[in-house]
Design a protein around this ligand. Sequence first.
Ligand code: G3H
Ligand code: 13P
Ligand code: ZN
Length: 330
Amino acid sequence: MPLVPMKQVLDEAIKGNYGVGAYNVNNMEQIQGIMRAASETRSPVIIQASRGALKYTNMAYIKYLAAAAVEDNPDIPIVLHLDHGNSLETCKEAIELGFTSVMIDGSLKEDSKTPTTFEGNVRVTKEVVDYAHEFGVSVEGELGTLGGIEDGVGSEKVMLTDPDEAVKFIKRTGVDALALAIGTSHGAYKFKAKPTLAMDIINKVVEKIPGVPLVMHGSSSVPQELIEIINKYGGRLEKTMGVPMESIKEAIKRGIRKINVDTDGRLAMTGAIRKYLGENLSAFDPRTYFGAAREAVYQMVKGKMIDFGTAGHAGDYKPMTLEEMKKIYK
Ligand code: G3H
Ligand code: 13P
Ligand code: ZN
């Protein structure tokens, strides 16, 4: 089957009441580790590339690595998604490359730092929706910015999503999925103690618009054992906490359908490479330590596919092509 539009994968997740992980990728080993986990657990999967990943892979490599994932796993629904697109131009590039889904993060200006106004966000998101839907490509928008919600716990300025604005935003833009800010943040240093997330925002949006899949960014759990492995083998990471799996399960129960994970993959790979090289001082064949990194990604993603409830759902539906999705948008 070809790459699948994200709308279908997430709409099915609403029906089945489970979450689908969206895993950031930059190279072959990450993709292989994720695909082995998806294949063994029979899970639909979203592989996503950031603008940084597009630059790092020189674009064409990501396209053909995704094509290889499809060829190698013909019975697994795979979405190729642009993570945090910052403009219509970037989204157009991804669509041209064959991505079946794009995120336009209109919550921030093109510098990906400065918050925008609600109207500015609506404008750019609607532009991307109008363009992408012509190709059958799905669109994720974002409202609110990521941060912590307890004093001294979060690292960034907090702008949690206003549920009433979220409803207006969905209606005015026609997005296929919406990322909410409920108190998480990107990266390894999210919290100093167990976080309290603003879970009620999810319910308030779902009550008003039940059919639109919601997205949670900054969802890495930052497992302590990965921090310990990295530090044991020469790393210097500070004490930190991520989003506990129980909070993610709770969010899924309430209506989160796409769960973004990048940091845990980075930690898993770094730990495995440090450990391998630390224990094998004479090793210099990259296949040995990249192989260990691939295995670590596989283990980590497999655990999440089971915990998010994705496992077992790969064969639930006949995946749509972009051509079929185009007709639905018309
Ligand atoms: O949301 C950000 C992702 O973790 C991607 O990070 O821009 O360093 O590839 P990156
Ligand atoms: P983490 O940094 O928690 O893995 O979040 C990744 C993310 O949200 C990518 O868009
Ligand atoms: Zn993100």
